[in-house]
Write a protein that binds this ligand. Sequence first.
Ligand code: GLU
Length: 434
Amino acid sequence: MSERDIFEDALCRVREIGGDAGVDPEVIAALMHPKAMLTASLPVRMDDGTTRYFVGYRCRYNTVLGPTKGGVRYHPQVTRSEVQALALWMTVKCAVVGLPYGGAKGGVIVQPKELSPLELERLSRAYVRAMADFIGPDVDIPAPDVYTNARIMGWMVDEFEAIHRVRAPAVITGKPIALGGSLGREEATGRGAYLVTMELIRRRGLDPKQLSVAVQGLGNAGYHVARLLQKEGLRIVALSDSRGGIHASEGFDVDSIWKEKQASRQMRAVYCQESVCELVAHRQISNAELLGLDVDILIPAALEGVITPDNVAGIRAPYIVEVANGPILSDAESVLLERGAVVVPDVLANAGGVTASYFEWVQNRSGYAWTLEEVRERLAAMMSRAFGAVWDVAEQEQRSLRSAAYALAFRRIGEAVGAHGTREYFQAGRDAPG
Ligand code: GLU
């Protein structure tokens, strides 16, 4: 997908849904323009003594509901347009769940697998040096995203605190627990997706034990959603990583495959008891094949733009839960909806991560740490409330779940915009002074 397309696609959806949902054009206009974008070159001393310059971005999209919030991704295909689209989706996501945040996103163009741990640390610190005046606990709060993790967040918060000479754990979420991270944050994106999938199953009156699932992308979020769904009796029949996938209609044991992947960095169809693992019968498949499998629930959990007008005809799953951000392009989604497929949109399905980030931020600011049970309970309550609100709008207004989620978010943002005075208010004030 070209550099312009993904942000354009995201804006198109906002225009279409906003117009259709009768949202004030001023609110839609506000959502057409990212508030601020910082592009920086990040000099990093490599292990061989040379200096390499990486490009880093941070987009603070909208601040109507609060400070901006969103992850930082390290990926060779990061573009300015992608970062803007992701920041826009964060804006919608925070509003859907009812968090007091606007949206943001950051990214660095880099293949992190090619860097040594020390190079990765220097890059992460260089990113924060460049962004030090652009982020802050009340301004903009980064977090992990694709190919970034708790350790990287730890380096980032340390660098920020060194620059500003203050303790500021609330500037970054998704930190290691020892540095002020929250219990339950790491699993939260997958757990949130699991919670909304179970809500969907309940509302549709389906039997979990009869359902098969394919997960594209066994990263942190993909792993936790697959693991938790398997515990509920769903069959996880296909899993993949960036190199390809495995398929077995009787289903896999997700934990065994995850442990093996951590140990060997390879995706292998194994079943493990204690430390003894043996290979189980399976078929090797490509990521493209995985997307077209005849399963009940398809979970794209890797990158954006994987379901396109070119491959949508081959998508057979009646339920799709978007754990990745933006995996379905808008033109492809309309085909799926016409066919009667139900899509649980990213702004709801993967909102568990930022919700637990909000919990972490609240804990950091109050100086009081919650138990894992407290985090899980509050996450379940917020996800179930958000799902219910989106579902109700979808039913009452005959909308798709994405259209309902966006409409809900726009109305919440609109309320905050309106609280400063609407066009009608100012117009009336001009006509009748005093
Ligand atoms: N990167 C995650 C997302 O896309 C989490 C963001 C956060 O925790 O701020 O939702």
